[in-house]
Design a protein around this ligand. Structure first.
Ligand code: DGT
Ligand code: CA
Ligand code: CA
Ligand code: ZN
Length: 577
C-alpha cells in the first residue's frame, strides 16, 4: 500500500458518492483528504499505522479511522461496500471527455448504462436523448470521444509505463546470468505513447533468464515462454517482450529492436549499398560482392561507424533526416536532463496545486535546480481556484519575501494566465507588468474554428508581457485531440516576437509535439521545458519534457531553462521591454 493507492481509493469513493448523489460536503471531505495525504510532509503510512491520523489538520475522525483500517487491514469496509453498489465497469465512463458524474448518474439510473459499450449503444440508438442534457450535439461529441479512445485503446503513456520499465531493468541487471540489458523499441526512442515494452539481454544462459522473466512477480500472464524469446502481460494488459542473444549479437539486436522500423529499413538499405547485409544478428559482407573489410563491432556506435555514419541517438531514429545528418556530421548534440537549471510553469496551493510555495521551492532545490517559476492559474480558471489580481499581487509579495529570506533557489513570480475567448488576457497589462514572466494558456472554448483559435492565440503572442505559450494545442494524449490550430502560423509569430513555446512535460500532454520542434528551432523559436507540476512529485516530469526536446532535435542552447539564473533574468527582461 502506497500513498498513491490510498489517494486513489479516496478519489474513487468521492466518485461513487457523486454517483449516488450524496451531499457535496461529504464528497469534498474525501477529496480534501486525498489532497492532505499528497501534501503531507512526514511518513504518512507510519502515522496511519499508528492510528494517529486525526492529529493531522484537515483529517476528520471518521476519515482517519477509515484510512487507518485501509492501511492496517489492506482494505476499507466502507469502500468495499460502496463499490458493491455499482458494476466495476462504471469507472470507464469517467474517462470519456464530456461525461461527468451528473451525466453518468442519469445514464445509470435511467438507462442502466454501466460501461462504455452501453454508452455507445444508447448514443447511437438515440435512447440517450430522452435524458436532459443529452441533445444531438452532445451525443455526437460523446461518440467522437469514444471513437478516439477506441482508436488508442492499445497504447499506453510513456509516463505510465516507465516505472515498470525501470523495475524490469533493475531486476534483469541484478540477475547473475545477464551480461548486458537495455530497453529497446519505442520506450528507448522516447515515444510519447507505446504499444508494448521490448527488452534485450545478452547472456550465455538464455533459458535461465527466460524462466526468471516469466516468473517475475509483476507478470500477470505468460503469452510465450521460449528458449530465447518470451512475452508476458504485465498489469493493465501491457505486453512485455524479452529477447536473449549472445554478447556478439547484442549491438545488432539492440539496434534492430530499437527501431524505428523506418530507420531500420533505411540503414539496412545503406548497408546493402556498401555490399553488406544487416539484420538483428550481424553485419556481414554479401557473398560475391566487393566490400571494405569490417572492423569488429562491439557497440551500436561501432555499427553506425561501419556504415560511415555518426552515432545516431535512439531519440532521433524516426527516419526524419537523421541519417543524412549523420552522414554529413551534422547531428545536433542533444540536450540532457542535467542541462536544465530551472523551470517556469508550476502551481501551488494558491490555485490547484497540492504543495505550498515553500514546499515546491525546497523540492526544486533538492532536484538541483537553481530557479523555480510559480505560475498559478488566473481568475477565469475558477474550477482551478484561479487567482484574481489582489491574490496574485499578494503572492508576488510573498515570493519577493521568500527570496530575501532564503539564499538558495531563486523563485520567479509568474502566472499561468488564461487566454480568453477573444485573445485578450485574464489580467490587465499593468498587473502583468509587475511579474517576472507570463505563461499564456488556453483552458476553455476548445471548439473554435481553426481560424478563430489561431487568431485568439496570435493575439496573446503579440502581447509583449507574454513570455511563453503553455501547452499549445490543449491535447491530452490518448484522451483528447488537439484543438484546431494553425501551428505554423503560431511558430512564425513566436519566432518574430521572441515568444517561447513550452514543452509541457506532463506525460499526458507533451505539448508542443516533438514532430514540430526541429522546424520551429530552425526558425529561431526558443523552447522552455516545464513540468506543469501540481505537487512536488510533478517536478519529476521534467524527464519526459527532455525526451520530447531530444526527439525534436533540440540542443541545450535551444532551451531557455538551460540558462543560468543571471542569463535567464536578462532574457526575461529583454522579452517584456
Ligand atoms: P510500439 O511497440 O508500437 O510502441 O513501437 P515499437 O517501435 O516498439 O515497435 P515493436 O515493439 O513492434 O517492435 C520493436 C522494434 O522492432 C521496431 O521499432 C523495429 C523492429 N521491428 C519490428 N518489426 C519490424 C519489421 O517488420 N521490420 C523492421 N525492419 N523492423 C521491425
Ligand atoms: Ca514496442
Ligand atoms: Ca514488441
Ligand atoms: Zn494549464
Amino acid at each position: 500500500m502506497t500513498r498513491e493507492d490510498i489517494t486513489d481509493i479516496l478519489e474513487e469513493i468521492a466518485l461513487l458518492l457523486e454517483l449516488k448523489g450524496e451531499n457535496p460536503f461529504k464528497i469534498r471531505a474525501y477529496r480534501n483528504g486525498a489532497d492532505v495525504i499528497t501534501g503531507y510532509g512526514d511518513d504518512f503510512l507510519q502515522k496511519a499505522r499508528d492510528n494517529e491520523l486525526s492529529d493531522i489538520k484537515g483529517f476528520g475522525k471518521a476519515l482517519a479511522e477509515k484510512v487507518h483500517q485501509l492501511v492496517d487491514e489492506g482494505a476499507m469496509e466502507y469502500h468495499q461496500n460502496l463499490k458493491k453498489e455499482f458494476p466495476d465497469t462504471i469507472f470507464e465512463l469517467f474517462s470519456i471527455t464530456g461525461v461527468g458524474p451528473k451525466k453518468i448518474k442519469a445514464l445509470y439510473n435511467e438507462l442502466e448504462v454501466a460501461s462504455i459499450a452501453d454508452l455507445k449503444r444508447v448514443c447511437e440508438s438515440g435512447e440517450a436523448s430522452s435524458l436532459t442534457g443529452f441533445g444531438k450535439k452532445t451525443c455526437e461529441k460523446i461518440l467522437e470521444a469514444i471513437a478516439f479512445r477506441e482508436a488508442h485503446a492499445d497504447r499506453f503513456l510513456l509516463g505510465d509505463v516507465m516505472p515498470a520499465v525501470r523495475a524490469m531493468l533493475e531486476d534483469l541487471r541484478a540477475h547473475p546470468a545477464v551480461d548486458q540489458v537495455e530497453a529497446a523499441g519505442s520506450v528507448r526512442r522516447g515515444k510519447e505513447t507505446v504499444h508494448d515494452l521490448d527488452f534485450i539481454v545478452s547472456t550465455k544462459l538464455a533459458g535461465e533468464v527466460m524462466s526468471f522473466f516469466v516468473n517475475r512477480e509483476a507478470v500477470q500472464s505468460v503469452i510465450v515462454h521460449g528458449g530465447t524469446k518470451s512475452s508476458v502481460y504485465l498489469d493493465r494488459g501491457l505486453q512485455c517482450d524479452l529477447r536473449a542473444v549472445s554478447s556478439k549479437e547484442f549491438p545488432f539486436a539492440l539496434n534492430y529492436f530499437t527501431g524505428s522500423k523506418e530507420h531500420n529499413v533505411a540503414i539496412r538499405g545503406r548497408a546493402r549499398d556498401r555490399g553488406y547485409t544487416l539484420n538483428e544478428y550481424r553485419l556481414a559482407p554479401i557473398e560475391g560482392r566487393e566490400a571494405a573489410k569490417l572492423k569488429p563491432i562491439y557497440t551500436e556506435q561501432d555499427l553506425y561507424w561501419a556504415l560511415d555514419l555518426d552515432y545516431v541517438e535512439p531519440a532521433l531514429r524516426e527516419n526524419a533526416g537523421e541519417i543524412e545528418a549523420a552522414e554529413e556530421g551534422e547531428l545536433p548534440r542533444l540536450i540532457e536532463l542535467e542541462n536544465l537549471r530551472g523551470t517556469f510553469h508550476n502551481h501551488t496551493t494558491e490555485s490547484d496545486g497540492k504543495h505550498t510555495l515553500e514546499e515546491m521551492a525546497a523540492a526544486a532545490e533538492d532536484l538541483g535546480l537553481e530557479y523555480l517559476g510559480i505560475s498559478d492559474h488566473s481568475k477565469s480558471s475558477f474550477q482551478a481556484n484561479g487567482l484574481d489580481a489582489d491574490r496574485l499581487l499578494k503572492q508576488v509579495a510573498a515570493i519577493r519575501a521568500y527570496n530575501s529570506a532564503n539564499d538558495g533557489i531563486t523563485v520567479f513570480a509568474g502566472t499561468e494566465c488564461d487566454i480568453l475567448r477573444d485573445g485578450t488576457l485574464d489580467f490587465e497589462d499593468e498587473i502583468l507588468a509587475q511579474l517576472d514572466y507570463v505563461v499564456a494558456s488556453v483552458h476553455n472554448v476548445f471548439t473554435l474554428s481553426e481560424k478563430d483559435q489561431t487568431a485568439r492565440i496570435l493575439k496573446a503572442v503579440e502581447n509583449p508581457h507574454v513570455t511563453m505559450l503553455g501547452h499549445l494545442t490543449g491535447r491530452l494524449l490518448l484522451r483528447r485531440k488537439p484543438y484546431a490550430l494553425d501551428i505554423d502560423k503560431i511558430i512564425d509569430a513566436c519566432a518574430e516576437t521572441g515568444t517561447w513555446i513550452e514543452i509541457n512535460a506532463n506525460p499526458r500532454r507533451l505539448d508542443m509535439d516533438w514532430r514540430r520542434w526541429h522546424q520551429a528551432r530552425d526558425k529561431g523559436v526558443k523552447a522552455v521545458i516545464n513540468p506543469d507540476a501540481h505537487n512536488v512529485d510533478g517536478l519529476q516530469h521534467l524527464y519526459f519534457g527532455v525526451q520530447v526536446a531530444r526527439k525534436g532535435w533540440l540542443r541545450k542552447e535551444d532551451v531557455m531553462n538551460c540558462l543560468t539564473t543571471k542569463d535567464v533574468i536578462k532574457a526575461l527582461n529583454a522579452k517584456s521591454s
